[in-house]
Write a protein that binds this ligand. Structure first.
Ligand SMILES: Nc1ncnc2c1ncn2[C@@H]1O[C@H](COP(=O)(O)OP(=O)(O)O)[C@@H](O)[C@H]1O
Ligand SMILES: [Mg+2]
Length: 442
């Protein structure tokens, strides 16, 4: 039966016989055909994309109808200060409700995409992974004891691991679908999927970290961090540390290019509370870009690049970082697409690079979890920040936008063609705008 590209999967399900729309072997073949690589279908849960599944959707709809409960960094920080078993059980049951609710919103978004998009092998993989996790968590009984909580923690850790490869699939899926739906809508879809993913991971990790603290007997937290929230991040120091790493990575790639010196000005003593891994990811992406541009510009000339001016401004609501370089500015052809996952002159090369990754999860931030499943923090961004030089996925700025906006901040780039760029990163201070709720994307 012919399917109009604009038909949603639900409409399609209503008009077709109850049979599997795509089998596992078909899907493996389609993935191979579309990417040139065989996809490891062992990791894929059994297909849920069928018309029958559509009629069994009541549980999903029940969860999708609930609003996500907003939570802020400030709440995290206060909640984690004094830990008791009751607090841990309360947190566990909160996570037990919040994860499937937030997942249901995104699954519902996917169901409203045109059927031809959800049928894309990458998208259907993401859909099935989400559906599987949604079911696994919603079926977990109420957590009444610390033993129950330990079992719950094992489940969510396992699910975190299973979701490690989601980002490349989402991005490849939307690039392959760019002709089937307005790219701006696809971008909104990807942004809300990724933002929701951050929220779920932050909630989960916070709970896991608190559980570990309680089990280790650290019930009163007076240290530098509460869970993932670092209370006194030194803004200039964070830039320096990220610049060291970015400098090493870019120099390794451009042995004949030069990295600029950093010159600081403004409120250089600023300290603020934030999730350190998120801040370092953002700073790392910005610094890699500017170092890359400087190293490319000076490659082989022996010339020293102009210094990178880093201005820090501490306002009542935000900490603002401005990075002013003289590395030539943005290539004009990419400016209209700088923040897009779906479209742009480089989207095909992005797709090619993603499919050439040694494994689909090599790009994502949780890779650490794979090498050490017992690692306390399952979602450090460090491996993404320190990914090999030359891995230009063209997603640094679109991903940074999602992370910055997630916490009520923003990121902007102003370019002077042939001269240089100013990149502004606004970080919302703890508790002021850091509530995270979810919105429907389509
Ligand atoms: N400070 C900068 N100076 C010059 N070009 C830049 C700068 N920042 C970003 N760019 C350009 O924007 C492109 C997109 O950046 P990004 O989204 O981080 O993806 P990637 O770095 O993987 O290509 C870069 O490839 C580069 O061409
Ligand atoms: Mg980049």
């Amino acid at each position: 039966m012919a399917v109009m590209p604009s038909a949603t999967w639900q409409q399609h399900a209503l008009s077709t016989r109850p049979a599997r729309l795509i089998t596992r072997s078909q899907r493996a073949l389609t993935i191979k055909a579309s990417t040139g690589r065989r996809y490891n279908s062992d990791k894929v849960p059994p297909s849920t994309i069928s018309s029958r599944h559509f009629y069994q959707n009541e549980a999903l709809m029940r969860f999708a109808a609930r609003p996500a409960q907003p939570v802020s960094l400030k709440q995290f920080a206060f909640y984690g200060r004094e830990l008791t078993p009751e607090k841990i059980l309360h947190s566990a049951n909160f996570v037990r409700q919040e994860l499937p609710t937030r997942m249901a919103h995104r699954i519902h978004d996917m169901q409203r995409l045109p059927y031809s998009i959800i049928r894309n092998p990458h998208m259907s993989h993401v859909y099935e992974l989400y559906y599987h996790s949604f079911n696994a968590i919603r079926k977990f009984p109420i957590i009444r004891s610390l033993d129950d909580n330990n079992r719950f923690c094992d489940l969510v850790k396992d699910l975190l691991l299973r979701h490690t490869g989601v980002i490349p699939h989402v991005v490849m899926g939307i690039i392959e679908s760019a002709e089937l739906m307005e790219p701006a809508k696809l971008d909104r879809f990807a942004q809300s999927l990724l933002s929701s993913r951050i929220s779920r991971r932050v909630l989960t990790e916070q709970h896991l970290t608190m559980t570990n603290s309680l089990l280790a007997g650290n019930v009163t937290n007076t240290g530098a961090n509460i869970g993932q929230v670092f209370l006194q991040i030194d803004a200039a120091d964070a830039v320096r540390q990220c610049a060291d790493l970015a400098g090493r990575l870019v120099s390794a790639e451009h042995s004949h290019g030069k990295i600029p010196e950093l010159v600081f000005e403004g409120d250089v003593d600023t300290k603020f509370a934030f999730i350190e891994s998120h801040l370092k990811y953002l700073l790392g992406e910005i610094l890699r870009n500017t170092f890359e541009a400087a190293a490319t510009k000076t490659e082989g000339s022996g010339e020293r690049p102009e210094p990178l001016l880093v201005t820090i401004c501490d306002t009542p609501q935000h900490v603002v970082f401005r990075f002013s370089d003289q590395a030539g500015g943005l290539p004009p052809d990419i400016i209209p697409y700088l923040w897009s996952f779906a479209k742009g002159p480089r989207s095909l090369s992005r797709h090619r690079r993603l499919e050439q990754l040694p494994s689909f999860d090599a790009v994502v931030e949780e890779i650490e979890a794979r090498s050490d499943a017992s690692h306390k923090r399952l979602s450090s961004l460090s491996s993404l920040t320190s990914r090999p030089p030359g891995m230009f996925l063209g997603m640094g700025l679109p991903m940074s936008k999602v992370y910055a906006e997630f916490w009520g901040g923003k990121i902007a780039v102003k370019s002077m063609d042939g001269f240089g760029c100013d990149v502004y990163l606004h970080i919302s201070k703890l508790g002021i705008e850091s509530q995270f709720v979810e919105h429907t994307s389509i």
